[in-house]
Design a protein around this ligand. Sequence first.
Ligand SMILES: Nc1ncnc2c1ncn2[C@@H]1O[C@H](COP(=O)(O)OP(=O)(O)OP(=O)(O)O)[C@@H](O)[C@H]1O
Length: 706
Amino acid sequence: MPENPAAAPVSPLVIAERTHLERSRAALRAMRSETLALRALGGNAVSTEVINSAIQARAAALADRPDVPLFFGRLDYDPELSSEYPGEHFYVGRRHVHDAHGDPMVVDWRAPVSLAFYRASTKEPMGLGLRRRFGFAAGQLTAIEDEPFGAGREASPAAAPTGGSTILRQEIERPRTGPMRDIVATIQPEQDEIVRADLGTSICVQGAPGTGKTAVGLHRVAFLLYAHRDRIKRGGALVVGPNRQFLKYIEQVLPALGEIDVAQATVAELVARAPVRAVEGAAAARLKGDARMAAVLRRAAWAGVSAPAESMTVVRGSRHWRIPAYEIAEHIETLRGREVRYSAGRAMLAQRIAHSVLRRMEAAGESPDDRVQDAVARSRPVKQVVDQVWPAMEPAKVLHALYRDPELLAAAAQDELDEDEQRLLVWDKAPRSAGAAKWTAADVVLLDELADLLERTASLAHVVVDEAQDLSAMQLRAVARRCTTGSVTVLGDIAQATTPWATGSWEAALGHLGKSEAVIEELTQGFRVPRQVIEYAARLLPTIAPHLAPPTSVRQQGGGLDILGVENEAELEQWLTESVREALAGEGSVGVITADGALDGVAAHFERSGIAFTRLDREVDEEDEAEVLETQEAASDRDAVRLVLVPASLAKGLEYDQVIVLEPTAIAEAEHDELLGLRRLYVVLTRAVTRLTVLHARPLPPALAV
Ligand SMILES: Nc1ncnc2c1ncn2[C@@H]1O[C@H](COP(=O)(O)OP(=O)(O)OP(=O)(O)O)[C@@H](O)[C@H]1O
């Protein structure tokens, strides 16, 4: 492509398509003006306000972003081959745009008519005569690439994935900066199958690093919002990611596709019922994440429910009504058999006892109505007996009691946990009250499980869980509670599982999610990592995930891998400075990934050397960052945004144009065991888009030694 697109000679075809782009932009402006001209006429001030804000939201959604092409493809349906759209043509873009007559100028990529853009092949042309892709540079339509089907097929470039498409290849190989972008113009057929699966279908995607799992999950949400807007809006959709930094990295994707109402959270945020103020050992954390804890908690929560020791009496006016203990016990038995939630059960027990009283009143010739039943259910003696046989329960109190009292724990554990395991849970020095307890992250997940025993958690319509390979059974159950009536898209890579509590297989994970019926799909084409780099990292696969096939790379451009062994720490620092300076001389972002414990040292080294950088583990002022990128700030400010110092524990899911991995052995050693260490290494080695530099003074793990 010429360096200055504006200076290149422009073909008549490009001019014609630019005209359509201009007309589409004008039509979009008209749609927006029409929306803004609407007058809100609600019945009262509140409804007028509601309508007004709906108008503003719609107008905002119709805003044209000059940097985002309004369309990226065109479909010409064949006059004879297409039964649905014979002889028609459509421009495919991020949103629907129509002219003053309501005729489409651009169709939404998610509309059924757009399907052929992603799926048509020489074998299955789907009624197309021609598929056209548009290339853009600096917001200007600069290139056209045609793929004829049918008669003109011989002239067509090779088939997918990137085939002969320069536009596709350029998109995949563009240097990366800033947050993740949508891939709507280049979704591949096997990705599209997942994106467009029906709302009722739960899917699990296993995929090597950079195969587009995250991208696919986000585009699936956007598709579902289009195809089932009302249901998703009513139920809600949620994207679950591993940490805030990752969520920040992906947060622009859905808004760029016009979808701003999708919640994004970490599992920790979902279950944040108490602050996390402590950390336990790996063995205890692993146990607390084990699915057996669900049964233990259930028994502990219900441990307080018992049959009454004696009968009870309700006084109404001058009459006494006695309900024998066995009858109350029967009510309790029935309710427990129906598996009611704990707090609903309390209310129901009160009503059942009141009903027993009512039956006796009726037998004695009285004719009490529902109000009398309610009054009896609320009466003091009934409340007292309910409090005694079905006491109020608080999650924190149950867990506090469980960790404090070995006898209670033994009773709740039954055969589920052996004595050593029980000892792992019991506090050495118990806090005096539940309020004073310092909970760990794993405890908070257990509090959420207990809260669900108390009251049912509301279900969403769809949940996407990214990096799901790291979640414990109990964390997966926490996600499951939030999609009992909805579906899930589970994304991950077993080879990248780095937590001691990870479930280990997708079948197990899906079981804990309550979606055993989900289909497991595999993505194998890597869009991020250059071939040499992925092949180097894949040397770890026989150890870390022997059953997984080595990933491939669709990137054709060279891409680089440098492995640099040095003698000592001083040389390491020197080479780090050199490598960073060289990387910054190129385009795109630069990530320096180190063991978490080494981060401060590297930061200090950068400061001493006058290298401006950002730390990923520190909050960044987003406005400042955007300003630096937009304006021609001082070079050092721009470098500070481009150069990111990344602790290995936060690298998952992210990518940088150039990556420098510092001292791999230290990164591996920081994990709980050798397997998890090598998996962490696999994650950090697969973050690079164009170049990976590995710097080490210590010997490399044997599989990586050159
Ligand atoms: N069809 C595509 N066209 C262009 N780029 C793509 C396509 N699919 C994925 N990519 C790009 O490849 C990179 C990796 O995608 P993504 O982060 O979704 O992969 P992942 O499988 O989630 O990786 P990881 O396992 O490392 O988390 C991103 O830059 C994404 O935009």
